[in-house]
Design a binder for this molecule. Structure first.
Ligand code: UDP
Length: 239
């Protein structure tokens, strides 16, 4: 496999075309942004952690019936993925209240959300990724009715699977963001699953082990990312 041309640079990844048909290479960066890119910085080794964590979680989800864009890990920072057409919606599920939910709705920080909260945002940096609902999605033709139903069903299944996965490494899945893409008419989970896109609290100490350490200037950011990776790698080794 060879990369043939640079395709796109996002806030956390670079995407390259390859000489394999319908296959992209994703290279994860150490760059970090928060609050619609108002806060910028770097987190040492973040690209490696997010690639290595995603490269464990995607196959775990696949093994449990969730189709994903993941093909294989190439090196510590890169993976091969199917060249999906990204649906321009961010899908957020929240199990406990924190972050923008508390700011926006005045819900008390840390309370358990029953049932879990589902949110959609339009993927549009210029507009600040505004919250949208089913009606906007269908009117703006971001995806079909059938795709939306499938996205919701898959996201709920992923919530159950990921909550279980992280609990085994003493982490609670507080909330997370997913992106989906189309590939040969099929819906696949795309993007990444990592401490950048999931809020993870240590089950014992309630310490935040995710990008909130960067967002909120809590310190020990690199250490938290490494700790999440170590726990997951040790768990996988022990199976
Ligand atoms: N999230 C993300 N990318 C985004 C916005 C949110 O991965 O562009 C994730 C975030 O890490 C958290 C969840 O989605 O796990 C909910 O984020 P929230 O809206 O509370 O984010 P905030 O506005 O506080 O950054």
């Amino acid at each position: 496999m060879q990369t043939t041309s640079f395709l796109y640079e996002g806030k956390a990844k670079k995407v390259f075309k390859t000489n394999q048909q319908d296959t992209y290479l994703i290279r994860y960066k150490d760059d970090a942004t928060a609050f619609n890119a108002e806060k910028r910085g770097t987190i040492a080794q973040k690209g490696e952690v997010n690639n290595l964590v995603s490269a464990i979680i995607f196959p775990y989800l696949e093994a449990n019936g969730i189709p994903t864009h993941f093909i294989e890990k190439i090196d510590r920072r890169s993976m091969l993925v199917k060249a999906v057409e990204i649906i321009p919606i961010e899908v957020v599920i929240r199990n406990r209240a924190t972050g923008s939910l508390c700011k926006r709705l005045g819900i008390k920080e840390g309370i358990t959300l029953t049932p879990r909260v589902f949110e959609f945002c339009l993927k549009n940096d210029a507009l600040g990724d505004p919250i949208i609902n089913d009606s906007h999605i269908l009117t703006m033709k971001l995806c079909s009715d059938a795709e939306l139903a499938e996205v919701k069903k898959m996201a709920d299944q992923i919530n159950v699977l990921l909550s279980h996965f992280f609990k085994k490494v003493n982490l609670e899945l507080i909330d997370f963001k997913l992106e989906f893409g189309r590939f040969n008419g099929k819906l696949l989970l795309a993007d990444e699953v990592s401490p950048d896109t999931c809020r993870l609290w240590d089950l014992t100490t309630q310490n935040r082990m995710d990008k909130d350490r960067f967002r909120l200037d809590l310190g020990a950011v690199e250490e938290a990312y490494q700790e999440v990776l170590n726990r997951i790698e040790n768990q996988v080794k022990s199976i």
